[in-house]
Write a protein that binds this ligand. Sequence first.
Ligand code: PLP
Length: 406
Amino acid sequence: MNEGGFFGEYGGRYVAEVLRGPLENLENEFRLAQTDEAFFSELENLRRNFIGRPTPLLPALNASSSIGGADIYIKLEGLANTGAHKINNAIGQALLAKRMGKTRVIAESGAGQHGVACAAACARLKIDCVVYMGEEDIRRQRPNVYWMKLYGAEVKSVSSGTRTLKDSVNAALRDWASSWENTHYLLGSALGPSPFPDMVRSFQSVIGRETKAQLGDVTPDALVACVGGGSNAIGFFEPYLEGVRPILLGAEAGGRGAGIGNNASRISGDGRISIVHGYKSRFLVDLDGQVLPTHSISAGLDYPGIGPQLAYLAESGRIRFVSVRDDEALEALKFFAIEEGLIFAMESAHAGAAAITLARSLGPGKTVVVNMSGRGDKDIFISAAALDGPAWKTFLREQSITEEDS
Ligand SMILES: *Cc1c(COP(=O)(O)O)cnc(C)c1O
């Protein structure tokens, strides 16, 4: 990181004056924690016994021979507690909040995955947790709202703007401006004002470090990850960023195809440089800087921006980006279920699809490692509607009738 939290021209800390103090304080406390052995041994303990780390690295022998190309390995982040990589960051920041003497954590959530991870981490560490969520997202993501409440978190409905993720980020920042003395803002991806991009990467880099150790003598030719805000990708790639090898490939949501409103491809699509949510990066915005609507079959990949370090590494050419469409992700979901007995999260299935294409083009004798950022149980309402059609709809109808009767 350069002075002021910039990666090239991206990043920075574009916030209201009231938030500069809390962010500087957070940066200092994070720096201190990094040299605190007690902090790291507690974090290590939680990673092992609460999250279930290290997560396995699976040699995907069936998938590799079915494709007839490069050997594929799959990092199984989906086996982490709460079902995805988000818990790595949530537990790290929640522990930091505790070290800073904060008694309350606030978080933003779109699809609800980050909210669930925060709620679980805060339950474990006995910190109050408030999750801001757009009214529209609360309606669409009922199961995750239910889990958050079961973990004891308060879910606050945001009814401003489009009532989705970008509005919940704004609501969380507003809360923090007046509550920071006792409250930590637990941001969910490798973005936002500095020091969040560095802090989140640091907590997620456990994915890449484990992968490198688990590969042992095997030198990978390529690493593939899906990119929403970019936290699983930057954490997975982190130990490999120096130099020019291996190939690092980020899969963005190609949605229904090209065109504004059809996808969430910021780098491989129509993103432009702008400042949103306190940092400079590439966003899907109009000429006035207003955030444009996005679409993806996966709720975790439809954020209109991308972490500043990834935007920088895209520009420098170190990381390549491709768009993967909804239908391609669904095909990859079926493929890995049948070949390997793994249900990828819909987000991760984008990485899976990109890995299949890359393994085919690299050919035998090469090695491709793909991060399965989460498992797909949470997506049953989307994947079953797409793949099981009428039978699933009948099931849903019968469920609601049974409930009305009882
Ligand atoms: C949230 C989420 C993502 C996208 O977030 P990143 O910060 O880009 O990693 C990807 N996969 C899963 C399973 C998620 O829950």
